[in-house]
Design a protein around this ligand. Structure first.
Ligand SMILES: Nc1ncnc2c1ncn2[C@@H]1O[C@H](COP(=O)(O)OP(=O)(O)OP(=O)(O)O)[C@@H](O)[C@H]1O
Length: 253
């Protein structure tokens, strides 16, 4: 196993006018580890995700993927370099079947310039990636069903399968448990544990039970800054975190 992090962000800052939505954030993602990022609304979690995926460019700081500096690259190029990002359902074509959605996502990985050159190869490789993604996400039994007829939980699984179909090494998952009931959430937790075996994962999630079940490493953000980072036990014991964030949760729980 490589001793190098698959993704390394160094001192990332993003300013929107006078507001630093993300400030000086440094973070590493490693294969076989889930790194959860938590924080109250407006903490900068979405902005951080956008900086890592290339959807927005940092004001300062760098992002390296697999040892290569990818700062300023387009999201498509970063995706082809091995980063997969799940969006909340936005990419699903509801009238298409589960399989068609995954297959389309798999094809998007092939660079346009190569499509006509190596058509047979690329079709075969895309089919393979799609089959694997379908299986990994546990959606084989839904293969021929139209996405619109799938439950909320299955649509979230599909969203992850579509991300997997691009063949990523690093996964950025944005609230995969949002809006789920207990049984669906449990199924998603099991899926994330399976995915962890082959990927480096950053998980942005509000469900604290899931976060503390899944995370190997936890970063807490407040007002754009990291206020604590460490193992879940270290973070739980951190006085800053308790007053800024977890304290409130625990009072309710
Ligand atoms: N495009 C933008 N222009 C101006 N301000 C922005 C922009 N995007 C985000 N912000 C601001 O940056 C801060 C961080 O927002 P962000 O959405 O990253 O937080 P978050 O932790 O993801 O919140 P939530 O949990 O509600 O999704 C907020 O104050 C937000 O209003």
């Amino acid at each position: 196993m490589s001793t190098e992090a698959l993704l390394s962000a160094r001192k990332l800052t993003k300013r929107f006018g006078g507001l630093a939505a993300v400030q000086d954030v440094t973070l590493d993602l490693w294969r076989e580890r889930i790194h959860a990022v938590i924080g109250p609304n407006g903490a900068g979690k979405s902005t951080l995700t956008n900086l890592l995926s290339g959807d927005i460019a940092p004001s300062t700081g760098t992002v390296a993927l697999g040892g290569r500096d990818v700062t300023g690259w387009s999201p498509e190029r970063i995706s082809r370099a091995g980063l997969g990002r799940s969006y909340q359902k936005t990419n699903i074509f509801l009238p298409f079947t589960v399989w068609e959605n995954i297959r389309l996502a798999a094809q998007s990985r092939t660079p346009h310039a190569l499509r006509w050159l190596t058509l047979a190869d690329s079709v075969g490789a895309a089919n393979e990636r799609a089959e694997r993604a379908l299986e990994l996400a546990g959606l084989q039994h839904r293969r021929g069903h139209v996405a619109a007829a799938s439950s909320h939980g299955e649509q979230r699984q599909l969203e992850i399968a579509m991300t997997l179909a691009t063949g990523p090494q690093v996964l950025l998952l944005d609230e995969p448990l949002a809006g789920m009931g207990t049984a669906e959430a449990e199924r998603m937790v099991q899926l994330l544990l399976r995915l962890k075996k082959e990927h480096a994962i950053m998980l942005v999630e509000h469900d604290m039970d899931a976060v503390f079940t899944l995370a190997d490493h936890l970063t807490v953000m407040v007002n754009g800054q990291v206020i604590a980072s460490g193992t879940p036990a270290q973070v739980r014991a951190d006085a800053n975190v308790q007053s800024a964030y977890l304290g409130e949760e625990e009072e309710h729980g």
